[in-house]
Write a new protein. Structure first.
Length: 94
């Protein structure tokens, strides 16, 4: 029900790895599907599909959740997106 988008300097595979590690460590969800451009995580807090596609120097990352924007899952997805650096060399504050 909610969609988010972020551009980042992080490569596609790294975005998907970080997204899975970050979200599964913070809320009770697990990976149910994945390919080279997306990962699907699902659990008691809902379902999120994260897509990442490289465009030149940037990776376009989108997340689609089945929850309201005020849900715990959506809050964690927004927090994840804030952790992704816009430009190479940006310091990530966790």
């Amino acid at each position: 029900m909610a969609n988010y988008e972020r551009l980042t300097a992080t490569p596609t595979a790294e975005v998907l790895r970080v997204a899975e590690e970050f979200l599964t460590s913070r809320i009770p969800i697990r990976r149910v599907a994945a390919d080279s451009h997306s990962v699907v995580l699902e659990g008691g807090d809902g379902r999120v599909v994260i897509h990442a596609h490289r465009h030149g120097m940037e990776t376009a990352v989108t997340a689609e959740t089945d929850q309201l924007r005020t849900s715990r899952l959506d809050n964690e997805v927004q927090h994840l997106f804030n952790q992704l650096p816009y430009q190479p060399g940006d310091v990530v504050a966790r």
